[in-house]
Design a protein around this ligand. Sequence first.
Ligand code: C5P
Length: 315
Amino acid sequence: MTGVTVRAPAKINLQLAVGPLRDDGYHDLVTVFQAISLYDDVTAVEAGGAGPDQVLVSGEGAGSVPAGPDNLALRAATALAQVAGLSRDPERHLEITIRKRIPVAAGLAGGSADAAAALVACNELWQAGLSAEQLAGIAARVGSDVAFALLGGTAVGQGRGERLSPALASGEYHWVLAVADGQLSTPEVYRTLDKLRAAGSVPDAPAGPGALDNALMAALRSGDPAAVGGALSNDLQAPALSLFPALRKTLNAGQELGAQGAIVAGSGPTCVFLAASADRAVDLAAALSGAGVCRAVARAAGPVPGVTVVPAGPA
Ligand code: C5P
């Protein structure tokens, strides 16, 4: 069989409310995800010859993606083969090729997107026949954001972020992304939040998992970018800024240039800005590039669907 290619979107968090540290090392979240039109392409193919499964990475930040069994896409494929009870041909191995456009360790869940793509690609490639629900179950074990990459759109996440329900959102949102010259480690950003809270430098964690922001949900239903922009919130922004102080300048620049909202993406260090329209996003992206406050600028619209199989071209 020829390979299967799947396109997987990046995500941003419009709300990210982080509860206290749990015994298992994770934090309970209430988050609002949106999938945006910045994609990695993942191809899975069976190659002849015995040997370990392989992952090949090209494109944006490829050098800092683990290529061995630690790669999230490969872990997802291995987990799928186990759950489906597949007996793999020992004379063949899996080759996963990832063409990256989503910056690595940038708060945009690129690794999770690749894992979700690998699940869908391998389910198809191996004709494993797992249901969307079964794939979501495997996704949740592979990483907190993987299940959302499967679903896409705009959704509320609870638990570690893996318990999802679709959210009502009208209209299209035009985002400008300021990609930082550096990376942040997600566990370190969460640890820093716990330290800042313990030191009283930021408000303490809510007793429970926190509450969904009704103002944000109403703004999303109305489709008004000014209201959505004003309601963006992220508890990981303070720790990201304390680890990467230059981001403050980036956020300020976007605000001064007329963004409707400015926020650190997930655990950072990417900063995202909401523009009033597609045209304003073009202007804002150009102005931000000129301001020299980040490594690269990108535009993306949301919401977009979750992972989708790319139809095979003519042979
Ligand atoms: O699930 P994932 O591997 O993406 O999470 C990476 C790290 O982020 C976890 O090991 C944990 O330190 C932190 N995390 C957390 N609470 C969450 C999600 C992630 O503390 N809800």
